[in-house]
Ligand binder design. Sequence first.
Ligand code: PSU
Ligand code: MN
Length: 307
Amino acid sequence: MRTAPHSAFAVSAEVADALENGRPVVALESTIIAHGLPRPRNYEAAREFEQILRDADVAPATIAVLDGVPQIGLDSDGVRRIAEEDLAKASVRDLPMLAAAGASGATTVAATAHLASLAGVRVFATGGLGGVHRGAGTSFDESADLSTLAVTPVTVVTAGVKSVLDIAATLERLETLSVPVVGYRTTVFPSFWLTESAHTIDWSVESAAQVAAIMRSQDALGHGQGIVVANPIPRKQQWDPTEHDRVLIEALDAADAAGMHGKAVTPFLLSYIVHASEGRSLEVNLDLARNNVRLAAQIAIEWSALA
Ligand code: PSU
Ligand code: MN
């Protein structure tokens, strides 16, 4: 690990080399590994996502806080730790406390995007972006993923947002926060396990090069916000919509009955849904995440060619 100029975090040699030489880098989050996927598939997934990037000559920057130090790029022991240790779920606001205490945490989309941008990484692949929770009108539960993207110049490749959230409200908030939402080869916003939601988006692109061109224009015309690239899972790989609708209602009821609130809600729902679907939703989750990593690799390659 090399200490970055901003010595509050560490950058892996692989990522530092790529950044210094203008080669492509893609950030990956650790909350999806620590809290979004069950063991031991989470460890296999973390390694596979990195391998997909390396096979495309893109440096993987998996991000987590280990022993108080935000890591931009993990070594193999770090990857094992995010999969096997019981790490706290860390959003942007948790970073100073973890650092001061020398503690470890798995970073959400918000914290990963923030740290990626501090290190100069511009492209990030996740599974699904956080958003506005159902009932947010009274609970005020809206993921910091949204407000962070309003002030963080990172392009996030996501399969939309999960149908457990209020998708319409999430899209409204992204509009208010002036975060562009661009469909990859679609004008329908995807809903994570399903190719489509009931919502359309204004802008779509046909190629990774077009995303890189939008990033360059946004650097000139924006105010430092990020970009959401909505990348739907191909229809033949999506979860069976009938089973999806049934399990979704069960999961939301179970979360209510268990009195879940705050940051525990998302991990609870994800794990409930994996069990209730006997693992079928998990395969879809892995497929869409791989799909996002592959597209992010292409975008990072196009971006490094432009920049
Ligand atoms: N979506 C997934 N899997 C996940 C998450 C989202 O499909 O693991 C995680 C991401 O790290 C995201 C976080 O940033 O959940 C959002 O949590 P909250 O709703 O508490 O902000
Ligand atoms: Mn929340």
